[in-house]
Design a protein around this ligand. Structure first.
Ligand SMILES: [Zn+2]
Length: 409
């Protein structure tokens, strides 16, 4: 890459060869004519032009500078040869050794003070040496990857980040990576493929913008209706789910979501609620399905295996004569003596459930009678297969004994 400074762009090269000749030029006004006459363009200069040039010298508006060349490559314009030598020393320091550059100096007229910046001259020398290139590097921690060109660096980044990009990706970067542009040694610089390999282990942070349509579920409103039987449900209004459009920004590290937030949300369809009418009417002689404790006492024997056989109910110990209440409303389907149960009451709740009350001392209801939940139906006793006064209580669902303690409050 050729680096040319506009402040001092060499147009023509003078034919001076020795330092002695340059010094002559600086001696004074009169000698300027000598200088001017020796320039290749002197033939075109008349006396008036020469006079103007000498006047500009006298007024310090123009002076003599030197175009510096490395071989045939211009690297800048300096005020004196030692400025060029100093730029070379700086270049060699950066390279870390001798650059063996073939420097040539050519005198020229230059507007006073319009010399090349010394750093620019150094850089141009480094480029002209062929050992440096203006390119880019990626630095991660203490690792620096120099690329053969900035384009290769960009390609390497793309190659490395590609697996983590989706159609929704709006930005992607390498975590902890610093990209610098400048002059780097060509030696050891790499192309895109090699550079992408060298990036291995660097985390890729991507940001995605995702637009989604989400369902807003309809709510259900329940209206109780005591003209409908309990358990009966009528849908008065089906309703409809709504919809909203949600825009999210999602940050991922190596494809794993680390942050997510909503940046825009818009309801595109309002939900319409579902309305259900639920019956609450319970006719006399039918149960509600909720059971109350039938006696005031303590559990003395639970439901389950007992003495090698199954105990179909729960025993509540209580003194003889303690009131026994209907656990739920229903119709008495049996009352009387029944084997080991002794005096037994069975209430059919007309909803699949039956309750049993055994070992009673007294029965206060009759078969076919409708009873309300909580009504006194008998008294605790010890009739039938019993070793002391207690209530044997069963809940049966479709004739299958259930554990009453799973139903009682
Ligand atoms: Zn029992």
């Amino acid at each position: 890459m050729e680096h040319v400074h506009t402040a001092c762009k060499p147009r023509r090269q003078a034919k001076y060869k020795s330092d002695e000749e340059y010094k002559v030029l600086k001696l004074g006004l009169g000698r300027v004519f000598i200088f001017a006459k020796k320039m290749p363009f002197t033939v075109k200069l008349g006396a008036a032009a020469s006079f103007i040039i000498s006047l500009l010298f006298a007024m310090n508006i123009i002076s003599i500078g030197y175009n510096v060349y490395v071989g045939k490559t211009p690297v800048g314009c300096v005020a004196a040869r030692h400025d060029g030598d100093a730029a070379l020393s700086a270049a060699e320091k950066k390279w870390g050794g001798e650059l063996s550059l073939d420097l040539k100096y050519y005198p020229r007229l230059v507007f006073f003070g319009k010399y090349s910046n010394s750093l620019n001259v150094t850089e141009s020398m480094l480029l002209a040496s062929g050992k440096f290139a203006r390119t880019s590097a990626i630095t991660v921690g203490d690792r620096r990857i120099v690329f053969t060109s900035t384009e290769e660096m960009k390609k390497a980044e793309e190659l490395y980040m590609k697996p983590y990009k989706t159609e929704n990706t709006v930005s992607a970067r390498l975590r902890g990576a610093r990209i610098s542009e400048g002059l780097f040694k060509k030696d050891g610089s790499v192309n895109a493929e090699k550079g992408a390999e060298m990036l291995s282990g660097v985390n890729v942070i991507t940001t995605e913008r995702v637009n989604e349509t989400e369902t807003i579920e309809r709510e259900t409103e329940t209206i109780e209706d005591n003209t409908l039987h309990k358990g009966q449900v009528t849908v008065t209004q089906e309703g409809a789910d709504g919809a909203r459009e949600v825009s999210r920004l999602i940050t991922k590290v190596n494809g794993e979501v680390t942050k997510e937030y909503v940046i825009d949300e818009k309801i595109t369809k309002k939900p319409v609620k579902r309305i259900e009418t639920v019956g609450t009417f319970i006719p006399a002689g039918e149960g509600s399905g909720d059971f109350a404790v039938p006696v005031s006492g303590t559990v003395t024997s639970p439901f389950g295996e007992r003495w090698g056989r199954h105990h179909d109910g729960t025993d509540f110990g209580a003194a003889e004569g303690t009131p026994v209440y209907a656990a739920d409303s229903g119709t008495v389907s049996f009352c009387g003596v029944s084997g080991g149960y002794g005096n037994l009451i069975i209430i059919n709740h007309k909803n699949g459930y039956e309750t049993y009350y055994g070992h009673l001392s007294r029965i206060l209801v009759s078969s076919g009678q409708q009873v309300e939940k909580g009504a006194k139906i008998g008294e605790v006793g010890s009739t039938g297969n019993s070793t002391g006064p207690h209530l044997h209580f069963e809940i049966r669902k479709n004739s299958v004994p259930q554990n009453p303690l799973n139903y009682l409050p």
